[in-house]
Design a protein. Structure first.
Length: 174
């Protein structure tokens, strides 16, 4: 199974390490151009789809199944993230600030930090618009789990400790 970039699984993804890293300070970062489509997979939905595939004993031994997930431009993702944050009471008093990835710094740092080098090697996925066609997966398992993006993003923020009084609106007002 193939899927877009994960979110909604706690820590360790683009979502928490870059995009929403500074959400408590009212700052969001998007790694690519805001007008390019990018594939995203809400991990609880993807896991349920994987379980549904694993439960089938009538599927071919090898098949290419794409999990469609959510395809959003950077602008759409940031707007949905702002709505999700607002639903949890996270709204900066001075409005949201948007930033971009420091790709040149990461490229230079990649000389000594192997992970940065590998992240930079995958940068093209932020520049090239892409989406996944989930029709083969739907044909294989029937209804594919799909949480609406605003609900999925709010759950992802809660999984990171936001909206439960952990970094709360007081931090956003600063």
């Amino acid at each position: 199974m193939r899927a877009g970039d994960f979110f909604g699984a706690g820590t360790g993804s683009w979502f928490d390490l870059a995009i929403a890293k500074d959400i408590a300070a009212g700052r969001l970062v998007y790694p690519g151009p805001a007008d390019r489509a990018h594939a995203w997979a809400y991990l609880p939905d993807f896991a349920a789809a994987c379980a549904a595939v694993a439960a089938r004993d009538d599927l071919p031994a090898a098949a290419r199944l794409h999990f469609e997930g959510h395809t959003l431009t950077g602008a759409e993702l940031l707007a949905a993230l702002e709505r999700a944050a607002a639903s949890l009471g996270l709204e900066p008093a001075r409005g949201w600030r948007h930033g971009s990835m420091p790709w040149a710094l990461m490229r230079a740092g990649g000389l000594v930090v192997p992970m940065w080098r590998e992240v930079v090697a995958m940068r093209y996925l932020w520049d090239v618009p892409h989406a996944l066609d989930g029709s083969a997966l739907a044909q294989a398992i029937g209804a594919v789990p799909h949480t609406p993006v605003d609900i999925a993003l709010a759950a992802a923020l809660r999984a990171l400790g936001h909206g439960q009084g952990v970094p709360a609106a007081a931090a956003l007002a600063a």
